[in-house]
Design a protein around this ligand. Structure first.
Ligand code: FAD
Length: 316
């Protein structure tokens, strides 16, 4: 069966959900091989990767891989592409994943597809392009297809793989050592799921009205076990931190459910959320462009609707 490499995203030794999604996707197209880059690998990580179908796990545990910015991961994957000749390489379409994909494509003279929201036979990807304005089906026709897949595009399903471990040593080139990490600042891990990985996102826009009013959005998010997002109008106004901005110049999210409250639906906001499976818009203006995109729309004042919705959710 064709081998498909999946670059593992991990934090503090824990495998991120998006990797389980990519393993599930890889398994549907061939034999999944996980690639662990950097320290933190453990028996529990091995078990987790095998549980979601990794037949093989390449482990390059050297500290040096994370001492330098991004490039070592691309070199590691390029080395594995040369030695294992996989049928494809999958990475998460995160900021880092997309950079790895681009660098790997150059190194291996291969075609790269980013922001895929699906992948089928022949590695034909469903891809969201032009800031999310157009969906296309695309296939890399050169070298080893490299596909960056958006988080939440596939539901992760456990199905045991062999989980055979293979240690890998990567000899980094001078070029890979061009930018060194000088400091790591840990972001506080809140109780809410990470925005780009969350299955449900509740976002607020200018219609929320103030920083204090964002409590209304947070309450609904907490009732649903969701992440909180915001439009740029809200982050620029200082009502919510920039790291939660969704859109062209913010984060791209692709959750099962996206609730947009007090957001007009500007093209730059849509670019970051329109591949969500189900979109609910709450807006007092029935002509707001967000309703063109929404699966369900509620016309009305979010300050009345969102608390009522929260109350109903909390009852269940
Ligand atoms: P508005 O467009 O002002 O809409 C507010 C909405 O709230 C209105 O539809 C109104 O009817 C509704 N409303 C008001 N009060 C209530 C109420 N009480 N109850 C219910 N509804 C109410 N934007 C992003 O979001 N993300 C980006 O990454 C991004 N990148 C950009 C990059 C560039 C280069 C540029 C030029 C712009 C970018 N923008 C981005 C900005 C974008 O163009 C919009 O200005 C922004 O998305 C508007 O945010 P908003 O929908 O919250 O505000």
């Amino acid at each position: 069966m064709a081998e498909i490499l999946v670059l593992v995203e991990h934090i503090d030794g824990e495998v991120k959900k998006v990797t389980l999604e990519l393993l599930t996707l890889a398994r549907s197209l061939g034999s999944a091989s996980a690639v662990w880059a950097g320290p933190g690998y453990s028996e529990s990580a091995r078990a987790r990767l095998a549980e979601y179908g990794a037949d093989k796990i390449y482990v390059a545990g050297s500290e040096e891989i994370v001492d330098y910015v991004v490039a070592p991961k691309a070199e590691l994957l390029a080395q594995l592409v040369a030695s294992a000749s996989p049928a494809a390489v999958l990475v998460a379409a995160t900021a880092e994943g997309k950079e790895v994909a681009g660098r790997l494509a150059i190194k291996t003279d291969s075609g790269v597809i980013t922001d895929a929201v699906g992948l089928g036979d022949g590695f034909v990807a469903e891809q969201s392009i032009f800031g999310g304005g157009v969906n296309v089906r695309a296939r890399a026709v050169k070298g080893t297809p490299i596909v960056a897949v958006r988080p939440n595009s596939t539901a992760p399903e456990a199905s045991a793989g062999a989980g055979a471990e293979e240690q890998v040593t990567v000899a980094l080139s001078d070029a890979a050592k061009g930018a060194r990490v000088v400091e790591r600042v840990k972001q506080e891990k809140g109780a809410r799921p990470e925005l780009t990985e969350a299955a449900i996102v509740v976002s607020g826009g200018r219609g929320v009205g103030s920083a204090e009013n964002f409590a209304v959005i947070e309450k609904l998010a907490d009732a649903l076990g969701a992440a909180v997002g915001a439009s740029r109008a809200a982050t620029d106004a200082g009502w919510y931190p920039h790291q939660f901005q969704v859109g062209q110049t913010g984060k791209t999210v692709s959750p099962q459910l996206y609730i947009a409250a007090g957001i007009s639906g500007a093209i730059q906001h849509r670019a970051g959320m329109q591949t969500a499976k189900t979109i609910i818009a709450i807006n007092k203006d029935s002509e707001a462009p967000i309703f063109e995109l929404a699966d369900f729309g509620v016309v009305g004042d979010l300050h009345q609707i969102v608390p009522q919705l929260t109350e109903e959710v909390e009852k269940r």
